[in-house]
Ligand binder design. Structure first.
Ligand code: ATP
Ligand code: MG
Length: 399
């Protein structure tokens, strides 16, 4: 076995010595079998949440109603979920109620795909009643049990299938794909937040292009916020080297290809329930991208954009123009590093200084003058030094 499982073995042992079963499950076991980097190690146990909380001293209730407790152990955290079945489903989404069970196989049976339904015990032995290892070997995504039933239980699984295509470069098995095409309309019932989580992962996977093609081919796009009827515009994305972009840049490219009016951009992103901070970042990237189409970066634009937004806008600019060479990024980063200040708060002058120097009360003039000084500092016309700024102001009577 390898890290991070090794660090988590004592957690399984603690549960077992209290008389319960405990296994590693889900994505971590799959990624381990694929020799991929392992994200979070999830644990499934026969202990109920209350029983788990009695065994570990530091726990956080993060999803008790679904049977999940977060356990903090030796500086790391683990999601421990009680074996459960999801007998009854309502409206094609999540189960109406979960019942905790003591049986591992039943817990694996409620999982979406065979590759995600493998358990591993503390010694590294696998429990694989649905032949997930064979699916992994054949690189196929197939549901545990009949795809038609499983997608009717929870339609989000159809999007999960496609995001795994993006992340793992697997194929969707034929029956699973046919069921997906037949039942795609059920995605209508799924909360935007859940769709967004899967779409985010789809946009950052290695095989994002193939996954986006599947989104179109299966008609999933018709059930995604702001994307129905946009097939032609989504297709514009395929002209670009998508793999060079991170998630935020992918969103920006999508918005760029959709070619919205300004206010519709924000509405589109809000429709996806993207956090406001991220919406602002995407908007800034697009703003500087537009500038970039007109002209090269000015010192002041580099300064106001900041390093991260600058890099994202420039990468997007290069990708859209099919420019392989990333020298411009290195060049502008050097220019950025040499800026005398990186933030307004670093200016060696305040509004109070100005009011005192000119013996005037506050007003819009203070902001305007500060802006002028800021631009002069960035342009290298004056040093960022209180005395020099004052002399400069007095000299050219900037008040
Ligand atoms: P990732 O590496 O992206 O976290 P993952 O497979 O761990 O991938 P999660 O969303 O973290 O995906 O879910 C953990 C596990 O829970 C899955 O591997 C699967 O067994 C199960 N699971 C998650 N969502 C569903 C669902 N909608 N229906 C059935 N099982 C699910
Ligand atoms: Mg996971």
């Amino acid at each position: 076995m390898i890290e991070p499982f090794l660090a988590a073995v004592p957690v399984l042992k603690k549960l077992e010595s209290a008389g319960f079963e405990a296994y590693f499950v889900g994505g971590s076991v799959r990624d381990f079998l694929l020799n991929k980097e392992i994200n979070d190690v999830d644990i499934a146990t026969s202990a109920t949440p209350d029983e788990v909380k009695k065994i570990f001293s530091k726990t956080v209730d993060i999803g008790i109603e679904h049977g999940t407790v977060l356990v903090l152990f030796q500086g790391l955290s683990y999601e421990i979920t009680t074996f459960r079945s999801e007998a009854e489903y309502e409206d094609f989404r999540r189960p109406k109620e979960v019942s905790f069970i003591r049986n591992l196989t039943e817990d694996l049976q409620r999982r979406d795909f065979t590759m995600n339904a493998i358990a591993m015990d503390k010694d590294g032995s696998l429990v694989d009643p649905f032949n997930g290892q064979i699916s992994i070997k054949n690189e196929v995504i197939e549901t545990v049990g009949k795809a038609v039933d499983r997608f009717q239980e929870d339609a989000l699984r159809m999007m999960r299938a496609v995001r795994f295509v993006s992340q793992l470069s697997f194929k969707i098995e034929e029956k699973t794909l046919n069921a997906l095409k037949d039942l795609v309309h059920l995605l209508e019932n799924i909360a935007v937040e859940r769709k967004q989580a899967e779409f985010d992962k789809l946009l950052s996977g290695d095989d994002r292009k193939q996954a986006l093609e599947l989104i179109l081919e299966t008609n999933i796009y018709s059930y995604l916020p702001g994307l129905s009827n946009q097939e032609d515009k989504i297709k514009l994305m395929f002209d670009y080297k998508l793999e060079k972009l991170n998630k935020r840049e992918m969103w920006a490219l999508l918005v760029y290809c959709l070619n919205f009016e300004k206010k519709d951009k924000e509405e589109f992103l809000r429709g996806w329930r993207i956090p406001l901070k991220e919406i602002r970042e995407i908007q800034l990237i697009l703003h500087y991208l537009n500038q970039r189409f007109e002209t090269s970066w000015s010192l002041y634009d580099l300064y106001t954009a900041g390093k991260e937004i600058f890099v994202s806008s420039e990468i997007l600019y290069l990708v859209i123009n099919g420019i392989e060479d990333q020298n411009s990024i290195t060049h502008y980063l050097q220019v950025y590093e040499q800026l005398p200040i990186k933030e307004r708060s670093e200016m060696d002058v305040t509004g109070n200084d100005l009011m005192e120097w000119f013996n005037k009360t506050g007003g819009p003039w203070v902001k305007e003058l500060l802006f002028k000084i800021e631009q002069a500092i960035i342009a290298g016309k004056i040093a960022n030094n209180k005395k020099i700024i004052r002399e400069w102001l007095m000299e050219c009577n900037h008040n």
